[in-house]
Design a protein around this ligand. Structure first.
Ligand SMILES: *Cc1c(COP(=O)(O)O)cnc(C)c1O
Length: 387
């Protein structure tokens, strides 16, 4: 048997177009936020459509922080987040001195639900942050309706959800207050590091824009272009350093052009996994229920059923021995010391997320995988499960 190379859990799909655009940026003399970032923002807003505005930032974490800041979140406020997410969703709440309130998730989708949200609302609740786990939309109609009823703002953590369709509308164009996307290296498209804040609320976008760059009233490129002297600026708030450099936007310009094709490839791969794993003792990922809805397939998360007769940890170790990298999404926030000890959380408070975590394995699914690579993953899963 010939030695096969280890199949990593994730790889970015970067082509010559991206490489040439980065080189062009390096040669241009303008490497930080400038014309390419502006173009990327315009292209991104046009991609989503429906009158949204988009501002590019250096990570989704920065974007979520800016969104909450612009909504006036501060000490004494509560922000409701699912426990089944990455720590960034909750940490930005603490940046502003407010408190995250953690809720359990739906057993099928592993997304937060309107019922879970309703039970956690208090007079201090200021914002709810739905996370579209793996790229499958939360039930946003119910969540937004409930939030409106209670005067609560909605910030979508859409780090997994580009492009996700919810009842015929792209995530980013719904009636929430802000949506934030991630372009981290392993997301559905990448700028190395980066994120995008999207909203139809012009005042909110204006605030995010100022706070993205030190609280300065105009950015360096505006100053460079405008008729008033380039040296003049005013600082109107103690802002942050969250701007996206043109070197990163250069990647984003071309990744965005490919995002439809990436989604189609991911969808086809997910469909193949479904077909070839459906006879095994696995809970396969939930699919959208409504017509006109589409999964972004950032992740392909499966859960081992008890009759599989193997622990999650042993399963991942056996897959690794067979040369296939797997991961776990997520170690829920209630298990991390900072949140567990800081808020007195126990697994019993989150039975669904706890059980999901203990059984969950994320299989590799990315556009640089060949049909043969996917066949290897399928064969390895079947062998490890003795099928
Ligand atoms: C990746 C991720 C983030 C953070 O994205 P960055 O761009 O790395 O800051 C936030 N939330 C979720 C759910 C994520 O998976």
């Amino acid at each position: 048997m010939s030695e096969q190379k280890f199949l990593p859990f994730a790889l970015p799909d970067i082509g010559e177009e991206e490489i040439n655009e980065v080189v062009d940026t390096l040669r241009s003399g303008w490497v930080t936020t400038g014309p390419k970032t502006k173009q990327f923002e315009a292209d991104f807003a046009a991609f989503l459509g429906d009158g949204v505005e988009a501002i590019a930032v250096n990570s989704a974490t920065s974007g979520l922080h800016l969104a909450l800041e612009a909504l006036g979140v501060g000490p004494g406020d509560e922000v409701i987040v699912p426990t089944y997410t990455f720590t960034a969703t909750a940490e930005v709440v603490r940046y502003l001195g407010a408190d995250p309130v953690f809720i359990d998730v739906d057993p099928a989708t592993l997304n937060m639900t309107a019922e879970g949200l309703r039970a956690a609302i208090t007079p201090k609740t200021k914002v709810v942050m739905p996370v579209h786990f793996a790229g499958l939309a939360c039930d946003m109609d119910a969540i937004i309706a409930l939030a409106r009823e209670h005067g609560i703002k909605v910030v979508e953590d859409a780090a997994h959800a580009l492009p996700t369709l919810y009842k015929g509308r792209l995530i980013g164009t719904l009636d929430s207050d802000v949506t934030v996307f991630s372009f981290y290296a392993n997301k559905t498209m990448t700028t190395g590091e980066g994120g995008m804040v999207v909203s139809k609320n012009k005042d909110l976008i204006a605030r995010c824009k100022v706070m993205r760059l030190h609280g300065i009233s105009r950015d360096a490129f505006d100053r460079y272009q405008s008729k008033t002297p380039a040296w003049f600026y005013e600082v109107i708030a103690p802002g942050f350093k969250y701007n996206m450099p043109d070197i990163c936007a250069a990647l984003g310009l071309h990744q965005l052009k490919k995002i439809r094709r990436f989604q189609q490839q991911r969808e086809e791969m997910a469909t193949r996994f479904d077909a070839e794993l459906c006879d095994l003792p696995l809970i396969l990922p939930a699919r959208p229920l409504e017509g006109g809805s589409e999964h972004a397939w950032h992740l392909y998360p499966v859960r081992l059923k008890p009759e599989a007769g193997i622990s999650r940890d042993d399963f991942i170790a056996r897959m690794s021995e067979k040369g296939v990298g797997c991961s776990v999404h997520f170690i829920p926030l209630h298990l991390h010391p900072v949140w567990r000890d800081g808020y007195g959380l126990t697994p019993a408070d989150f039975p669904v997320a706890q059980a999901a975590f203990e059984a969950e394995v994320t299989l590799p699914l990315y556009t640089r995988m060949s049909a043969g690579d996917q066949a290897r993953v399928i064969a390895a899963v079947r062998e490890v499960l003795g099928a």
